[in-house]
Design a protein around this ligand. Structure first.
Ligand code: DO4
Ligand code: MG
Length: 297
């Protein structure tokens, strides 16, 4: 049996089976990619080779998408990095929240070199439907809905996905040097639901991004924006990331937030965060306050 060409690359598990598979999703079905055991393996191919692989019909037995558990599309030595202050909205929100160092955000927004920071190793990343966290020592927390780039080891953008760069506004606002604590903690990063190949998105600078936060079954905050207001070029962001480092299994680069729920909003225990990026996908995660159960010592 052969499936039509791929709409998305998926990392998934069949219920009750421990094995993680890599496959393609098309027309509501998932077909495993023969001989492919990780996404990291695919990020070692050049874009042209990946495109050839994914546009050829895949031989295999398809299973309905509804019957698989989608996992975060990141594995192996692939890390998640993120960009900061790439939209005016983010710059303004950070200037407002910063207690003593508001001008660093103004400076980095205008500077030639972008702000890039390490966000997560692959194994910590939460996938679609999995819980994300807010820190118990933080008083103001927000989701950050971001377009993320899947970049191969050669620095070519091969796909897109959705990243939730959860952030503590109170910790970062106290001092920007606390950024790693505001950004890296149990449940602080979610990615998914899949990788949309780069050739399926004609214009990444014209994507609508919607954020909906639901509390007690009702919308608590929602907002919309577009990648058209991105202040940087995607290839420049990738260029700076690859300049002084190697990513042998590729890397996911989240491109910054264009939506920040204003005060007094803060994420709470039991909230649900949904991020929709046009042509890329929808990522939904429930929120817990405190360390995730699987991260208990
Ligand atoms: O400058 C701190 C981080 C900013 C950020 O994560 C964003 O703009 O999305
Ligand atoms: Mg961010």
């Amino acid at each position: 049996m052969t499936s039509p060409t791929a709409e998305h690359l998926v990392r998934y598990r069949r219920p009750g089976e421990p094995t993680v598979s890599i496959g393609v999703h098309s027309a509501g079905s998932v077909t495993p990619l023969p001989g492919v055991t990780s996404l990291a393996q695919l990020w070692q191919l050049r874009l042209a080779e990946l495109r050839e692989l994914l546009t050829a019909p895949v031989a295999g037995t398809p299973v309905p998408l509804a019957e698989v558990e989608l996992l975060a599309p990141v594995d192996g030595r692939t890390e998640v990095w993120a960009c900061g202050v790439t939209y005016e909205t983010s710059r303004e929100a950070r200037i407002e929240e910063s207690e003593k160092a508001a001008d660093v955000y103004e400076l980095v927004y205008e500077a030639e070199r972008p702000e890039l920071f390490f966000k997560s190793v692959g194994w910590r990343v939460r996938g679609p439907g999995q819980t994300v966290g807010v820190r118990t020592d933080s008083t103001v927390d927000v989701p950050e809905p971001e377009l993320a780039l899947a970049v191969n080891r050669f620095g070519e953008v091969v796909g897109y996905t959705v990243c939730n760069d959860l952030s503590s506004r109170s910790i970062e606002g106290e001092n920007p040097l606390y950024l790693p604590q505001a950004k890296i903690y149990s449940g602080g990063c979610a990615v998914g639901p899949w990788i949309t190949p780069v050739w399926a998105v004609p214009d990444p600078y014209a994507l609508d991004i919607a954020l909906t936060i639901t509390r007690d079954g009702r919308p608590e905050w929602s907002g919309r924006a577009s990648t058209s207001t991105l202040h940087r070029k995607l290839e420049d962001l990738v260029g700076y990331l690859m300049r002084g480092d190697v990513h042998p299994d590729g890397v996911l680069l989240s491109t910054g937030t264009c939506l920040v729920p204003p005060p007094p909003f803060s994420l709470g225990d039991g909230d649900t965060v949904q991020i929709d990026i046009d042509q890329v996908g929808t990522l939904t995660n429930p929120v817990v306050r405190g360390r995730l159960e699987e991260d208990q010592p």
